[in-house]
Design a protein around this ligand. Structure first.
Ligand code: NAD
Length: 499
């Protein structure tokens, strides 16, 4: 059995804990490897080495750090197919989707090549007689990232890129479900010129996460995953005096107005609801048509499109629409939620529970599932399902549809489909959600904007990537300096002397 360890001080090393987690091939259900789960002692030792390596890296000028990022971009592009294959084989997502996962992470590394510009401070000349004032952005020291299974390339890259470009050392604790790609990325960073020890990839579970939260050397933690864990890490991390940002779960609503192009809306819902088997924090999981004719027209258009969806393993080629769920436990949970929807009175229009694929009977597949007449009190509405399940909530007015999106505890993303600019503008202004799409179903901001949800989808003050990430991974220091001689007679800066 293949054993996956850690990346410590520039080398792959085996774990010492004797504890492991299974890594599955989700298409067959077989265990394909086991990943070591680090102890607190392993984590603490890696952090101590990282702190030592950070001293020199933090003092390296930003342009040199940016050049490492430039080379990293080139190497990721060189190895794109290899990375995507490893990603698909552990996560289960289709090959084009896996490449998209790497690509959206790569774009943040491209953003990080602008580190010299992004780290420029502020300067006030002559704040008083002979007094200048300037603000610096300095690295924090050692920062850590804890990431989820659903984007095993993108989210580690969103975390490590800005942290390293700002001059920090970084401890990455990736998901134990699909640990190979983060280790491959660490090796590429070494090839790009990152000094050993500056990035440590420690695989593990709650024990290593708790060790991160309680380690006094770690100054900041960036987390992405489910809301209960986000809240836990945010609470305990802040109590330990760390800078913490935690991004949690989602339940993204798409409002379809009576004037929307229903074919366009149905196409958008198929991609946003079922793509990546619904295992995206920006997936649309609730369709909110306004008016009976809109709802009937939408369901009429969704059903034939759902029937055409091709579900299969990533190895079956590029025309597969989505693959299996990540684990058997995820499969059972999603099927259980579908059953609860039926029991609680929703209309099950398409049922994916009994989906079977010849040759892959033991894989973690769920067929595309569609519910109509879903109401607020149902578990399929309240909970994040994280599977290929779309719920339809029927409403009579725009205000009622808006209230659904606003009242839900999650606030990651939302979308409105309409031809009316006034409605779209009102929606974007009023809705209490972080990322908004107008006739765009998955409004993921590009690398130079920031990404983050509101309400129970995001905890902390600053978002991921974009300028916020450079603020998160640096500390501001403001220097006031006074040179008693002030402005000398005849100096080029003595404007009075020039008059
Ligand atoms: P998860 O919360 O189970 O795991 C995330 C990380 O936390 C992993 O590294 C895991 O090892 C660790 N972890 C798990 N249980 C823990 C515990 N009890 N104590 C300490 N650490 C623990 O999430 P997941 O299933 O890997 O990912 C899916 C979730 O992530 C979904 O809820 C999804 O919406 C969310 N997500 C959010 C965003 C966003 O930007 N808001 C992006 C991607 C995914």
């Amino acid at each position: 059995m293949k054993e996956i360890g850690h990346w410590i001080n520039g080398k792959l090393v085996a774990g010492t804990s004797g504890r492991f987690a299974d890594v599955f091939n989700p298409a067959t259900g077989e265990v394909q490897a086991r990943v070591a789960l680090a102890t607190k002692a392993e984590l603490d030792a890696a952090v101590a080495d990282a702190a030592e390596a950070q001293v020199k890296w933090g003092a390296t000028n930003p342009q040199k750090r940016a050049r490492v990022m430039m080379e990293f971009v080139r190497l990721i592009n060189r190895d794109m197919d290899k990375l995507a294959e490893a990603l698909s084989s552990e996560h289960g997502k289709t090959f084009p989707d896996a490449k998209g996962d790497v690509q959206r992470g790569l774009e943040v590394i491209e953003f990080c090549t602008g580190a010299p510009h992004l780290l420029k401070g502020e300067f006030t000349d002559s704040a008083g007689p002979g007094i200048d004032m300037y603000s610096l952005r300095q690295p924090l020291g050692v920062a850590a990232g804890i990431t989820p299974f659903n984007f095993p390339a993108m989210i580690p890259l969103w975390k490590m890129g800005p942290a390293l470009a700002c001059g920090n050392a970084f401890i990455l604790k990736p998901s134990e479900r699909d640990p190979s790609v983060p280790l491959m990325l660490a090796a590429l960073l070494q090839e790009a010129g990152l000094p050993d020890g500056v990035l440590q990839v420690i695989n593990g579970d709650k024990e290593s996460v708790d060790a991160i939260i309680d380690n006094d050397t770690i100054q900041a933690i960036g987390f992405v995953g489910s809301t209960p864990i986000a809240q836990y890490i945010y609470g305990r991390g802040c109590a330990n005096g760390k800078r913490v940002q935690c991004f949690g779960g989602a339940k993204n609503h798409m409002i379809i107005m009576p004037d929307a192009d229903l074919d366009q809306a149905a196409d958008a819902l198929i991609g946003a609801g079922y793509g990546a088997a619904g295992e995206r924090c920006m997936a649309i999981s609730v369709a909110v048509p306004v008016g009976k004719a809109t709802a009937d027209g939408l369901i009429e258009r969704l059903v034939p499109r759902i029937e055409k969806l091709k579900v299969g393993p990533w190895t079956a080629g590029n025309d597969v629409d989505y693959g299996p769920l990540v684990t058997g436990a995820a499969l059972e949970r999603v099927k259980g939620l579908i059953t609860s929807g039926v029991e609680q009175g929703a209309t099950l229009v398409c049922d994916g529970r009994n989906f079977k694929l010849q040759g892959y009977e033991t894989g973690f597949f769920v067929g595309p599932t569609l519910f109509d007449n879903v109401t607020r009190d149902m578990d399929i509405y309240k909970q994040e399902i994280f599977g290929p399940v779309l719920s339809t909530v029927r409403t009579d007015s725009y205000e009622e549809a808006l209230a659904y999106a606003m009242d839900h505890e999650y606030g990651n993303g939302t979308a409105i489909f309409t031809r009316d600019g006034d409605t779209a503008r009102d929606f974007a202004n009023r809705v209490n959600i972080g990322m908004i799409g107008i006739n765009v179903p998955i409004p993921v901001p590009l690398a130079y904007h920031t990404f983050g949800g509101w309400k129970k989808s995001g905890f902390g003050d600053l978002n991921q990537h974009g300028p916020d990430s450079f603020r998160f991974y640096t500390r501001t220091k403001t220097v006031t300096s006074r040179w008693p001689s002030g402005i000398k007679e005849g100096s080029a800066f003595n404007f009075r002397a020039m008059e």
